[in-house]
Design a protein around this ligand. Structure first.
Ligand code: FAD
Length: 517
């Protein structure tokens, strides 16, 4: 239907302490957009929420928000802006669940496309030797999990949190504890449908338009808007044994992690995290895990220490019940964790995969979910990880981490080549994720400024010491930094941009390319 046109006077998000940009440079262009006809609708008002993200630090107001009901809605608006050429600075940001951190899904004065309103096609499952599901790119992974399980199937590779969209995670990579075995989510996609920066709708896969396919996967939204994805599935297990064990020595911890990711018959999920100066840690675990050795575990203190926790999981079905404990014992017998700190829990597959949502609900109750999240995600080559942990956990983060710090290795030799994701050069590298939350009005060690300064110290150390790291979910402000991030891949990346989005209309919030008038 035809959208009635009203100029939104509220182009600013007031009373927000973070980086807020106000004046829209594009008011004169509203009328041309307002005359367009869509299956869904284009809104110019009540769109402030589209200038928010999980990071909570950047707020760039768009001029309009498109709630598409068809792929042609997305194609029409991109084509329209493309055809206006250099007469407009208007840009377009696809927004999944808005769970990025630095305004990546925002478009200052541009059009935000609310991908979650695109509900076509309905999820369609194909069983057989290589099962898969076709989904709309605005679909949340949690919904795909629930629907797949009705067919006894599930995707192979996940993120730790499932309330993210397919388009959002395929634009970055999608890494979790299954990536050592299956690669990130971008390695588990058979086909995509994409709207490029010229408005063209293209189907791509390894066999068809493969250059675009590779460009899009991990491409930070630069080459097209993913509208549909064909996701690889596998038979889903019913149950999971979820295990945690502590280490006080990083060398022993990382040796065990690396052993596990390279073994043939290993756990199905391998991660780990750092514990900095926590009290009552094992007591907290007792509500959901049982200790193998409760008496000894009682004696163990975590206070004032840096500890490393191995977190692994083994999937199983009821018919495996008679041997699963033995299989797990065999795997654990190779490891050198502090014996009294072994904790196990048996949960359903869904409860395991959706575990972060439980924390979300608790944090929401306390008003601690919608706070600034200055997250820093790094990929660190194996050869640098010891130097990194020594400095970071020995000198920089010594009192507290202000949130979980994940640390686990993956083996790139099992990953596909050719996507847009940039990783360190070595085969084995670690994901180290500082998942900090800041208290909005604090000026102390739990405040935003303090946390950002810590992250800067970490990055400066990595740069000074030439550790060969790459940022995951990268965020830079200058072209030089982006070039350094992509390294030798920059030529290909920027060439692809000139082919698939020649006017730099798409994903302006990544701040890699800028639309010129
Ligand atoms: P958005 O934030 O909406 O968008 C992110 C970027 O992708 C933007 O540039 C946007 O323009 C672009 N984009 C969105 N949809 C499309 C589309 N259809 N086509 C093209 N471009 C598009 N990541 C991991 O890898 N592993 C984890 O374990 C993990 N855990 C997380 C836990 C939490 C609590 C949070 C908040 C994030 C986590 N992330 C993790 C990061 C997350 O995967 C990324 O931030 C992801 O991009 C967010 O998805 P989204 O749907 O919210 O995307």
């Amino acid at each position: 239907f035809l959208v009635s046109f009203t100029v939104n006077k509220k182009h600013l998000c007031s009373n927000h302490p973070s980086i807020t940009s106000t004046n829209s440079p594009h008011l004169s262009l509203h009328s041309s957009l307002a005359e367009m006809v869509f299956d869904g609708h284009l809104s110019f008002e009540n769109i402030e929420h589209m200038a928010k993200d999980f990071g909570g630090r950047y707020r760039f107001m768009p001029s309009a928000v498109l709630n598409p009901k068809s792929v042609s809605d997305i194609s029409s608006i991109v084509k329209h802006i493309f055809q206006m050429g250099k007469t407009t600075e208007l840009t377009v940001a696809a927004r999944g669940h808005g769970h990025s951190f630095e305004g990546q899904a925002q478009a200052h004065g541009g059009v935000v496309i609310n991908m979650e309103s695109l509900r076509v096609p309905e999820m369609s499952f194909h069983t057989g030797k290589l099962p898969y599901v076709d989904v709309s790119a605005g679909e949340l992974w949690i919904n795909i999990l629930h629907e797949s399980l009705k067919h006894g199937l599930a995707p192979k590779s996940w993120t730790d949190y499932l309330h993210l969209t397919v388009g959002g995670t395929l634009s970055v990579a999608g890494i979790s504890g299954q990536a050592f075995q299956h690669g990130p989510q971008i390695d588990n996609v058979y086909q995509l449908q994409v709207v490029t920066g010229t408005g063209e709708v293209v189907t791509c896969s390894e066999e068809q338009n493969s250059d675009l396919f590779h460009a899009i996967l991990g491409g930070l939204g630069q080459f097209g808007i993913i509208t549909q994805a064909r996701i690889a599935l596998e038979p889903a297990p019913k149950k999971v044994t979820w295990i945690r064990a502590l280490y006080s020595d990083f060398a022993v911890f990382s040796k065990d992690q690396e052993h596990l990711i390279s073994s043939e018959n290993s756990f199905n999920y391998i991660e780990g995290f750092v514990i900095i100066n926590r009290t009552g840690l094992l007591n907290n675990w007792r509500t959901s895990f049982s200790s193998k050795d409760p008496v000894q575990a009682n004696q163990f203190t975590s206070e004032g220490r840096v500890l490393f926790c191995l977190e692994v999981a083994k999937y199983f079905n009821l018919e495996d019940s008679d041997h699963i404990d033995k299989d797990i014992d065999t795997l654990l017998s190779d490891l050198n964790y502090v014996q009294s700190t072994l904790f196990l829990s048996e949960v359903s597959y869904v409860d395991f995969l959706d575990r972060v949502h439980v924390s979300e609900l608790k944090l929401r109750e306390k008003g601690l979910w919608e706070v600034p999240h200055p997250w820093l995600n790094l990929l660190i080559p194996r050869s640098s990880i010891h130097q990194f942990t020594q400095e970071v956990f020995g000198n920089i983060l010594t009192d507290t981490s202000n949130g979980p710090v994940l640390i686990y290795p993956v083996n790139k030799s099992r990953w596909k080549n050719g996507t847009s994701m940039v990783t360190p050069e070595e085969d084995v590298f670690y994901l180290v994720a500082f998942l900090s939350s800041a208290l909005p009005s604090s000026t102390g060690k739990d405040g935003l400024e303090y946390i950002l300064t810590q992250h800067k110290r970490i990055l400066n150390f990595c740069g000074r010491s030439n550790l060969g790291i790459k940022q995951y979910l990268p965020h830079y402000s200058t072209r030089e930094e982006w070039k350094a991030h992509f390294g030798t891949f920059w030529e290909v990346f920027s060439q692809r941009k000139s082919i698939y989005d020649p006017l730099a209309i798409l994903a302006p919030g990544q701040r890699i390319f800028h639309k010129q008038r």
